[in-house]
Design a protein around this ligand. Structure first.
Ligand code: ATP
Ligand code: MG
Length: 369
């Protein structure tokens, strides 16, 4: 790593030799460095590339009850925004080019290519020291499978504009205005409230989002420095269904966390016994039905895993697939064809551990528990 940049980084975070923890990678022949784990308060996924330092996106706490969770977390007005379910993306200008990074700090060829559809040049000309943070949502992306009725093409929804080096966020109202001014699409907003008032507003918003199968809300302090998340029952169930169609890929904490979220939500909503039973039934179905389906599929000799379709110029597709294979993902290519100038590939991220374990147990293998 460039010694000067390493010094800038050390100076910014007040710690020496942080750069020793960075790993090196390349993107189309270009060298970059990323921080694989949080160190000395510097976020996982922090990247150094060419002349740019881009801090990782901070992890966000969750409240299990809105009251007093929200009033306790904030002492001034809060902004409510929708929490969209896609993948976290940071976009910055480095060495003259616009690059998109995943949460872990890899340059993503697919997302970098998608970012070219956005009017980012105008934004970065005026704000070169900023990183655009957003959720990449919509169909035909290589990471997530959640669909939104109103989103026809995978695209970014901005939820933060931050100083690249310090990670300091722009205040929520300024950020929303700035995104409007530069035509950058944003996450939906649900207004600004006093913390106590926000409890009711979130409750109503969550009821509506839940009905529409959407993920939840993020409550942010007006200056953007503090945020908490809260999610719908619908997403707890769909997370579980998504995890249990490959039951041995996820840790057991994954289930426990969602059971706890559901339980606190039921209590705070003062549900009747009948309503709690209904919630329990839906939760159980979300866990058990996909697991049973998957065991049957393995029994039939089918591969299991997540299927994704991507569509992009051939070099981008090649570069993404190589990156995935380099990361050790086992891909099963289901379709691969050209449409005009674009290459379209449908692939399965094969869930090897699930398939192997299910095979083993189906043929009588023993489990130590
Ligand atoms: P953590 O935040 O602890 O790292 P995680 O990676 O599992 O957890 P989530 O539970 O999905 O993430 O919650 C935080 C993420 O939500 C953010 O990193 C961001 O990608 C996404 N997100 C979606 N909508 C918003 C929004 N309006 N504001 C902030 N983040 C949002
Ligand atoms: Mg998420």
């Amino acid at each position: 790593m460039d010694r000067d940049l390493a010094d800038v980084l050390d100076a910014t975070v007040g710690h020496e030799d942080l750069w020793e923890h960075f790993e090196r990678d390349t993107y189309r022949g270009r060298e970059y460095f990323y921080l694989p784990d949080e160190r000395h308060g510097v976020e996982r996924g922090t990247v150094v590339v060419d002349d740019a330092i881009v801090r990782g996106y901070p992890s966000m706490p969750r409240v299990l009850v809105l009251d007093p969770g929200i009033p306790d977390a904030f002492d001034g007005p809060v902004a409510l925004e929708e929490k969209l379910n896609g993948y976290n993306v940071r976009i910055a200008r480095a060495g003259g080019d616009v690059l998109a990074f995943t949460r872990s700090g890899y340059v993503c060829p697919f997302t970098t290519d998608l970012a070219r559809d956005l009017p980012l040049d105008a934004f970065f000309d005026d704000y070169p020291g900023y990183v655009v943070c957003g959720e990449l949502v919509g169909p035909e992306n290589p990471y997530t499978t959640h669909d939104y009725a109103e989103i026809e093409r995978a695209g970014l929804r901005v939820f933060d504009l931050r100083e690249r080096v310090s990670g300091e966020p722009m205040a929520v109202a300024d950020r929303r205005e700035c995104c409007d001014a530069y035509d950058l699409p944003q996450v939906p907003a649900f207004g600004v409230y006093d913390p106590q008032e926000a409890v009711g507003a979130v409750r109503e918003t969550i009821a509506d989002l839940d009905e529409r199968g959407r993920e939840g809300v993020v409550v942010k302090s007006a200056d953007g420095t503090r945020a908490v998340k809260y999610t719908t029952s619908a997403i707890h169930r769909s997370d579980l269904a998504h995890a249990f169609d490959k039951p041995f890929e996820y840790g057991r904490e994954f289930v426990f966390a969602r059971v706890v979220r559901e339980a606190f939500q039921a209590v705070e909503c003062e549900e009747s016994d009948e309503q709690v039973r209904e919630r329990a039934r839906a939760l159980g179905e979300a866990i058990l039905c996909p697991t049973v389906e998957t065991i049957r599929a393995v029994d039939r000799g089918e591969e299991v895993g997540d299927e994704h379709t991507i569509r992009a110029d051939p070099a981008t597709v090649e570069s993404l697939l190589n990156q995935f294979r380099g990361l050790g993902l086992h891909l099963d290519i289901r379709e691969d064809y050209y449409e005009g100038d674009e290459r379209v590939v449908t692939f399965l991220k094969v869930a090897d551990a699930s398939r192997d374990k299910i095979d083993h147990y189906l043929s009588g293998g023993q489990i130590d528990e």
